[in-house]
Ligand binder design. Sequence first.
Ligand code: KDG
Length: 322
Amino acid sequence: MKLDFISVGEVMVQFNAVSPGPLRYVKYFEVHVAGSEANMLIGLTKLGFKTGIVTRVGDDEFGKLITNFLRGEGVDVSRVKLDDSAPTGIYFIQRHFPVPGESTVFYYRHGSAASRLSPDDVDEEYVLSSRGVILTGITPALSSSCYTAVDKMYRIAKSSGLDIVFDTNIRMKLWRDASKARSSLTPFLQAKIVFTNPKDLEILFPSQPIKEAVSNILDRGCEIVVVKLGDKGAIAYDSKGNEHRVEAFKIPIVEDVIGAGDAFNAAFLASVYRGMTVDQALLYAAAAGALVVTVRGDVEAQPSWRDLNAFLESFKGGVVLR
Ligand code: KDG
C-alpha cells in the first residue's frame, strides 16, 4: 500500500479533566487517544491523505483502545506492535489552572511500551512505501532506543529523497536538560518543512533573534519554517526570503488548547501538498488549530475540508491576513 505520510512516536491514553482547576479536586476524567505524531496523522487522514504509524503499545486494554481508535480514524496500524512486557503510556490534562485558557500535561509514560521503540521497529520497506515522514522532538526524548528509531527513519527518508517534516516540539518535562535537547534535535532540522515556536528556537539557538534562528534553519536546506505563536497566529518563512503571516482566530470557547499545534500542522501540510499557496495553507492551519481548542481531546474536532470551509465562511471579514 502506498502511503502519503508515516511517523514514529508514542500514542497515549489521555485523561482529560472534565472540570477546570487543580487535578487533586477533579472527580471525573474523559478518555481520549492522543500523541503529537498520531494527532498529525489523524488530521491528515481527515483531509484525505493516507497515513501510517510506527509505534508500540502495551498488550493491555489501553493498547487495544489506541489500536482500535487509530484504525477507526483510518491510520494504518500494520506497524503498531503489542508489547506484553511494558504498559501503554497515559497522561492527564489539567485545564484552566493556574493560567485560565491554558492546559497542563502530567505524564505517566516512563518505561512505557513506546519508550522501548527501537530501530528494529522501523522497517525500511515501510518507510519507502511513503511519500514523506513526519518526525517530532518528542520521540527522541523518550529513550535512547527511541532516539535511534527516529534517526533511522530520518536517515532512510533522507537517503531516498523522501520529504521530511519536523516539528521541534521540545517537551522539557521529558528532556530536563536544554543542552541535551539542543544537541539531539539539531540534526533533524535538515527537513523540507520545519514547525517550531519561539520557546523551542530559544533552546535550539540560545539568544538568537527569531529571524536569525530561522535563517539558520533555512540555510540547512529547509524550504519552509513555520513559527507558531499560539493565540498570536503564526509566521511562515520560505527559502526565497518571503514572510507569510496569519493571525489566530479569536475563539469564544477555549476548552483545551492541547493538540491545536498538531491540527495546525496537519492542515498546513495538507494544503501545501494539495498545491495551495503558503498564505492559504496558513489560513486553513489557523482554522484547524482554532477548531481543536473548542473541545477536550486533541483530534475529535480536527476538520475535513468541508468543515474548514464552513469555519472560514463563518469568519468572513474577521480574518487578518498580512
Ligand atoms: O501536541 C499535543 C501533545 O503534546 C499531547 O497530545 C501529548 O504527545 C504528547 C506529548 O508527548 O506531549
